[in-house]
Design a protein around this ligand. Sequence first.
Ligand SMILES: NC(=O)c1ccc[n+]([C@@H]2O[C@H](COP(=O)([O-])OP(=O)(O)OC[C@H]3O[C@@H](n4cnc5c(N)ncnc54)[C@H](OP(=O)(O)O)[C@@H]3O)[C@@H](O)[C@H]2O)c1
Length: 246
Amino acid sequence: MTETRGAIIVGASSGIGEALARKLADEGYEIGLAARRTERMRRIGSELPTKSYVATMDVTDTDDAREGFFELAGAMPSVDLVVVSAGVADANYDLEWERERRTVDVNVRGFVAIATAAMEYFEETPDHASERDGHLVGISSVAAHFGNGGTQAYNASKAFVSTYLEGLRERQTGSDADVTITTIEPGFVDTDLSYGSFWECSPETAAAGIARAIRKERDHAYVTRRWRLIAWAFDLLPDRLVRRVL
Ligand SMILES: NC(=O)c1ccc[n+]([C@@H]2O[C@H](COP(=O)([O-])OP(=O)(O)OC[C@H]3O[C@@H](n4cnc5c(N)ncnc54)[C@H](OP(=O)(O)O)[C@@H]3O)[C@@H](O)[C@H]2O)c1
């Protein structure tokens, strides 16, 4: 008998997280949905073909969010996959402190609160349906590769997410636990958060790319794949040249 696989998605109430919840449920995962908007998650959960679980949490309330994560994981028969998609993006040209702080709170503090809870869960809970001990996926951004006026806090927060996940992957070397760590760097995806101007894909297309990276246990994936060109351009070419061309 095949055991049920379970996935927790933090930031599942809209956009990429919602589309990924639907995609993974279609692939047979039971889904734990977490975010602040409870009613939206209940509705999404009721539309999934597999069993769903809902946890209301604000990741900036880190102790409460971690407690909520462990309660949600405990309520599910198996949690093999955790996706941290919760994030905010704010164009803050005036450098208002509260708005910069909010971005750092959600995208950095909130991200680490859940990522560490997921690792703790995977490292301490041996009975999973898959052969490995777990799979942590973080939704970063191509924005991690460059600074940008206005969204300076957002781009920096995503650089933090990508580098943090790289560190967790490196930490796996020599670790007793077999946890796969995947970094997803989307370009523009058509959600409420997006400032998209070109190469924008639908949340469903993004979810399909992320699900593929999960199946293949990738370390890293760009979504859609052509966004690697932008990341590579910023990584390899003189900054001024890339900005002039773009
Ligand atoms: N859209 C793009 O173009 C794009 C590109 C690159 C990367 N990304 C990344 O993709 C991720 C998902 O964004 P999206 O585009 O799908 O936007 P979205 O539709 O606005 O989704 C953001 C999700 O994060 C949750 N969230 C925000 N603040 C939260 C908090 N304090 N506590 C708990 N959950 C919180 C939201 O739920 P509640 O409001 O219900 O709490 C929602 O589920 C983000 O990390 C974003 O940086 C997006």
